[in-house]
Design a protein around this ligand. Structure first.
Ligand SMILES: C[S@@+](CC[C@H](N)C(=O)[O-])C[C@H]1O[C@@H](n2cnc3c(N)ncnc32)[C@H](O)[C@@H]1O
Length: 337
C-alpha cells in the first residue's frame, strides 16, 4: 500500500509541475505575440493595472496599451508580382501595419485591406472619417490613397500631405485612448523609420456620438466604419452587445438599437458632405452560437428609418464580411426619391 501512495503523490507533484510550466509558457507567449518586439507597457486585466486614467481594465490583447521601445520586425515582404497594383510605399505600409497590429492573418487572408480599397474607389482629395479606427489597421492605407504624395528630394521620404486647404484628410476617431496613442506612435514610426511621413491624419479621441463637435459639417466624403459595431453596441459598456435573447423580440431589438445609435447617426450625417457615403463593413460569418452579428438588413432598415440615409449599394465579394454603402440624404427633394 505505502509504495502506491508515494507513487500517487509523485504523480500529482509531476502533474502540478508540468501544469505550472505550461501556464508560464502560455503567459510568456501572450506577451511575445510579436517576436522580438518588447512591449514594456503591456497591462491587461490579469495584471490588474488600470489602462486608462478613468480606470478601465483592458479585456483583450487587441486592447493592449502599447508603449513600444523596440524595433518593429519586418514581415517577409509581399510578393510585388502578386500585388502589381500597389506602389512600393503601399507595400511597405502594408508590411509594417499588418505585422505591428498583430493582424497578419487578417491582412493576408480574407480582409486584405487593399482589396477593400479597390472596392471603395477612393480619389486623391477625398476626406474620410475612420470611425472606431482602433489601432489603425486601415488608417494609413486610407490616408495614403487620399493624400497628396510628394517625394522630398533631401530625405528621400514620401510626404503624404492634405490636398488643398481641407482635402485629402483622414480623421482617425476612437474613444479608447490607447488606440489613438498607438496610431500616433505608428505615424511617428512610419515617418522616422520607413520614410512615409503622414501629414494628413487628424486624431480625435472621443465618443463618436460627439463627432458633431469634432468634425465640421459637410466635411467627409466617406464615413468608414469597419467592425465598429456601433449599431450593435451598448454604449455604456463597449464590451457588451445585444444578446441573442433580445434579438428574438425583433421590435424591441430594432427600437433599442435605433435609440442607442440616434446621436451617432446624426453626428455622421452632419459630418458627411451632401451625397457622402456611410460605409459599413462587418463580419457576417457565424462561428459561435452566441457570436453577436450585425445583420446587414437590420442596419439598412435602421438607417433608412431615420430618414437621414438611403441604401446605395452592397458588395459581398469581400470574403467573410459584407460591405454596405448608405448615402446621406440632404434635402426634401432627395428624401422623396
Ligand atoms: C473592433 S475595433 C475595429 C478597429 C478597426 N476599425 C479595424 O477594422 O481594425 C472597434 C473600435 O471601435 C472603437 N469604438 C467603439 N465604439 C466607439 C464609439 N462609440 N466611439 C468611438 N470609438 C468607438 C473601439 O474602441 C475599437 O477600437
Amino acid at each position: 500500500m505505502k509504495p502506491d501512495k508515494t507513487k500517487l503523490q509523485i504523480t500529482i507533484l509531476i502533474t502540478a509541475l508540468l501544469f505550472t510550466v505550461l501556464l508560464v509558457f502560455l503567459f510568456h507567449r501572450k506577451q511575445d505575440i510579436i517576436p522580438g518586439w518588447k512591449i514594456p507597457g503591456v497591462v491587461n486585466d490579469k495584471g490588474g493595472k488600470p489602462a486608462t486614467p478613468s480606470g478601465d481594465k483592458l479585456k483583450t490583447w487587441t486592447d493592449t496599451k502599447v508603449v513600444p521601445d523596440g524595433e518593429f520586425p519586418l514581415l517577409k515582404p509581399l510578393d510585388p508580382k502578386k500585388y502589381k497594383n500597389l506602389s512600393k510605399d503601399e507595400l511597405q505600409i502594408f508590411n509594417i501595419t499588418a505585422k505591428s497590429l498583430l493582424n497578419e492573418n487578417r491582412a493576408r487572408g480574407r480582409n486584405n485591406p487593399y482589396v477593400l480599397l479597390d472596392i471603395l474607389d477612393l480619389k486623391e482629395g477625398d476626406n474620410i472619417g475612420d470611425i472606431g479606427c482602433g489601432p489603425g489597421y486601415y488608417t494609413f492605407i486610407l490616408a495614403y490613397r487620399v493624400g497628396k504624395k510628394v517625394k522630398d528630394p533631401a530625405t528621400g521620404k514620401t510626404v503624404v500631405k492634405p490636398v488643398g486647404k481641407n482635402g485629402g484628410l483622414v480623421y482617425a476617431v476612437d474613444f479608447y485612448p490607447p488606440m489613438i496613442t498607438y496610431v500616433k506612435f505608428m505615424r511617428e514610426h512610419l515617418a522616422k523609420e520607413r520614410k512615409v511621413d503622414f501629414q494628413n491624419i487628424k486624431f480625435i479621441c472621443n465618443e463618436a456620438d460627439g463627432l458633431v463637435y469634432d468634425i465640421p459639417a459637410d466635411t467627409l466624403d466617406f464615413a468608414f466604419l469597419s467592425e465598429m459595431h456601433i449599431y450593435n453596441h451598448i454604449p455604456d459598456n463597449p464590451h457588451q452587445f445585444v444578446t441573442q435573447e433580445q434579438r428574438k423580440n425583433k421590435e424591441y431589438y430594432f427600437n433599442m438599437l435605433r435609440d442607442r445609435s440616434e446621436d451617432f447617426t446624426k453626428s455622421i450625417h452632419n459630418a458627411l458632405k451632401p451625397g457622402g457615403l456611410l460605409f459599413i463593413t462587418e463580419t457576417c460569418e457565424v462561428n459561435k452560437p452566441n457570436q453577436s452579428i450585425l445583420y446587414k438588413d437590420d442596419v439598412i432598415k435602421l438607417l433608412e428609418s431615420t430618414g437621414l440615409f438611403k441604401f446605395e449599394k452592397t458588395d459581398d465579394s469581400f470574403m467573410g464580411a459584407y460591405l454596405l454603402f448608405m448615402k446621406k440624404i440632404t434635402g426634401e427633394k432627395e428624401k422623396s426619391k
